[in-house]
Ligand binder design. Structure first.
Ligand SMILES: [Zn+2]
Length: 67
């Protein structure tokens, strides 16, 4: 069976909320995100990620949709 390639997955950029440096590109599933919000009232963003510029873990926010 072939895998389904279509889906609610979105590619987004992640930006450091402290220095505004663009650091990561990630994929997330819209459906999972909605489910998360409904069940635990939590959001995927902001994410704690290592920022090369700040040299520490900072909050990374979704900056823009890629693709
Ligand atoms: Zn930073």
């Amino acid at each position: 069976m072939a895998k389904k390639s279509k889906g609610p997955r979105q590619i987004v950029g992640l930006k450091c909320s402290v220095c505004n440096a663009f650091g990561y590109v990630t994929e997330f599933n819209k459906n999972n995100e909605q489910l998360k919000k409904q069940t635990s009232n939590e959001s995927t963003f902001p994410l704690s990620k290592y920022c090369k510029v700040c040299r520490k873990h900072t909050e990374h926010k979704q900056s823009k949709k890629l693709k």
